[in-house]
Design a binder for this molecule. Structure first.
Ligand SMILES: Cc1cc2nc3c(=O)[nH]c(=O)nc-3n(C[C@H](O)[C@H](O)[C@H](O)COP(=O)(O)O)c2cc1C
Length: 223
């Protein structure tokens, strides 16, 4: 797979083949490739927890129970702006409408929305969950590095025939997730990720998000 194919063909996968395990040697190899991601002064501020089997199930159960009880939790960091505004709120809505539209979910149908949201905590059926954490005394620059690492995990996974979905959905329940990972208090949860082989026939995996044109976000400054 060439680089353009790896980047342009990536999409968030939300239905995985639950019966097709991923060898731990392959996971190690994907993470090893991803660790070639750059970081300022090569400080490599990432920690990764790989969960499978009973450990993964415990996280599913804890987060699902909290979500269904109406406990929204509270992330340790703000992923999104505190005050939404255009053009970002518009893009966010478009993504939500697109997904729900494809699945035929009416946003007013609380039960259907809940059922869908729970699939996040089930790792969309993936056999592997990854959790990315960072030492809480790291600064913004390290979060920048982290994004490059996470994208590298996604691309490296594609090179091995696997797919991913990054998941901030776990962050509000970090206080359940982190102890289940055995992560120390000095670390913060950055996000989770589902990893596995995609179910090609699943409608939701056909969802292709749009991008704004290069001209809309790029300024060439010359004389
Ligand atoms: C850090 C991060 C967290 C995300 N969290 C979630 C999530 O919790 N649940 C989900 O379904 N998608 C999640 N996404 C996927 C985004 O919705 C998706 O990347 C975006 O809509 C663009 O679509 P694409 O990945 O298919 O190109 C996340 C993406 C990123 C980068």
């Amino acid at each position: 797979m060439d680089v353009s194919q790896a980047i342009e063909g990536r999409r968030s996968i939300r239905a995985f083949d639950a019966d097709r395990d991923v060898a731990s040697t392959l996971i190690t190899s994907i993470l090893g490739t991803a660790s070639r991601a750059p970081s300022g002064s090569n400080i490599q501020p990432w920690h990764v927890y790989v969960v499978t089997g009973a450990a993964k199930n415990r996280i599913t159960e804890a987060c699902t129970a909290r979500y269904l009880s109406g406990d929204e939790g509270k992330s340790e960091y703000h992923y999104y702006p505190q005050a939404w505004r255009q053009p970002y709120i518009g893009r966010r809505r478009q993504t939500g409408f697109g997904l729900y539209g494809l699945l035929g979910i009416d946003k007013a149908d609380t039960a259907a929305v809940q059922d869908y949201r729970v699939t996040n905590y089930q790792f969309f059926g993936a056999p592997v969950g990854l959790f990315f954490t960072i030492d809480r005394d790291m600064e913004l620059g390290s979060w920048l590095d982290y994004g490059m690492f996470i994208q590298s995990v996604m691309l490296s996974a594609r090179g091995a025939g696997l797919e991913t979905c990054a998941q901030a959905a776990f962050c509000p329940y970090y206080d359940s997730v982190m102890p289940l990972l055995g992560a120390p208090d000095e670390q913060m949860l950055v996000c989770g990720m589902s990893l596995g082989y995609p179910l090609s026939e699943a409608i939701i995996n056909g969802y292709r998000t749009e991008r704004i044109a290069v001209e809309a976000f790029t300024t060439f400054v010359t004389d």
